[in-house]
Design a binder for this molecule. Structure first.
Ligand code: UD1
Length: 337
């Protein structure tokens, strides 16, 4: 069945890939984005990839009037809410900005949805809600542990959504806890914006391969992991996007909410990522071991069986494909695409 889905933050990294996946699955999509962390070129690129016109509303998710207008103009069946701030370090410096965008933004959206009678929502959460988990792979039943204001906003968001569903069974929310999104679309037309100096490993490694940064700093090699470096569950952004389609379709067909991890269930160390990227780019990647980064966790790996059971979700792309697609995208951008 064709549905009309509103994507807040739909021009961003995960949102834009989800737009493509939803369109391919036959859904209509409306994007609401304020382009605070997205390129203005994204909608045209989405048109190029999907071959269909893209509807974009340039507005902040905290703008209640803009949201009311969206729901008055379009018959929205469900919302995928990506619009949020997501940098851990920045959230420590400006927590109120994070509470404002991530919490007030969510409340503003939920009020607009409630008024319009649209009560199907997919919420972008994060493995960060587990803080330093006691077990890896980490199941969805692991306790919440806020380590920083960003993580707090995801925990608070999930809890608010739980209470909302308890208050009115017409609400159905799919909470998706992402592990480490990586890679780019196979077309090399969209991906994570590589312009700033990245904090995260994958985009940083990409800049080193391009010769734009001198070397990768490996943050510690004395963790209790097979090679001593941090282990993460990297998930291809195209797999992640497909997870959103499955979550939405589940909400729309059953009216039942769910909370699931989206990861592969398999971890890779920093050194394994560097080696994989070296293979993908065919470039030498100088790297040095430095001190641990404060606040880092040794291992983050998803227990992936609940998403398989509840949504039928299984990842299809591995680390080599993540590195190859990222390399293709950043090379394309470096060539001025
Ligand atoms: C980080 C955030 C997390 C957020 C996620 C989004 C922190 C502490 N956590 O996760 O909340 O949801 O990004 O993708 O910021 N590393 C290096 N050198 C680098 C960069 C990273 O060795 O230059 C290592 C880290 O120590 C870690 C691994 O690479 O072991 C992955 O780091 P990163 O890509 O920053 O992701 P997370 O820290 O897992």
């Amino acid at each position: 069945m064709t549905s009309c889905i509103l994507l807040t933050g739909g021009a961003g990294f995960i949102g834009s890939h989800t737009h493509i996946a939803l369109t391919a699955a036959g859904h209509k999509v409306v994007i609401l984005d304020d382009f605070s962390n997205a390129q203005h070129s994204v909608p045209a690129r989405l048109e190029q990839i999907t071959g269909q016109p893209v509807t974009v509303i340039d507005a902040d998710v905290r703008d209640a009037d803009a949201l009311a207008k969206v729901f008055a103009t379009h018959t929205i069946d469900a919302v995928v809410h990506f619009a949020a701030r997501k940098a851990v370090g920045e959230s420590m410096a400006v927590p109120l900005d994070y509470f404002d965008v991530n919490i007030n933004g969510l409340i503003t959206l939920l009020r607009a949805m409630d008024r319009a009678g649209c009560r199907r929502l997919v919420f972008s959460s994060s493995a960060t809600v587990y803080g330093v988990p006691d077990e890896a792979p980490t199941p969805e039943t692991a306790p919440f542990r806020a380590m920083n204001p960003y993580g707090q906003t995801k925990i608070t968001g999930e809890q608010m959504l739980g209470w909302l569903q308890a208050s009115n069974p017409e609400w159905a929310v799919g909470v998706l806890r992402y592990f480490n999104p990586a890679g780019a679309h196979g077309s090399a037309l969209i991906g994570e914006d590589p312009r700033d100096i990245p904090n995260n490993l994958m985009p940083y490694v990409a800049k080193v391969a391009l010769g734009q940064l001198p070397r990768v700093m490996v943050f510690g090699n004395d963790y209790d992991t097979p090679d001593g470096t941090g282990v993460r569950d990297y998930i291809h952004v195209e797999d992640l996007a497909r997870g959103h389609v499955l979550s939405l379709e589940k909400l729309l067909s059953t009216g039942q909410g769910h909370v699931v991890n989206l990861g592969t269930g398999r971890g890779y160390s920093v050194l394994e990522v560097i080696a994989a990227y070296q293979r993908a780019s065919n470039r030498d990647l100088p790297h040095v071991i430095t001190d641990r980064r404060p606040g880092d966790v040794p291992i983050y790996v998803a227990r992936a069986d609940k998403a398989a059971e509840v949504l039928g979700f299984r990842t299809e792309k591995g680390l080599d494909e993540m590195c190859a697609s990222l390399w293709k995208w950043v090379s394309n951008m470096a060539d001025g695409a």
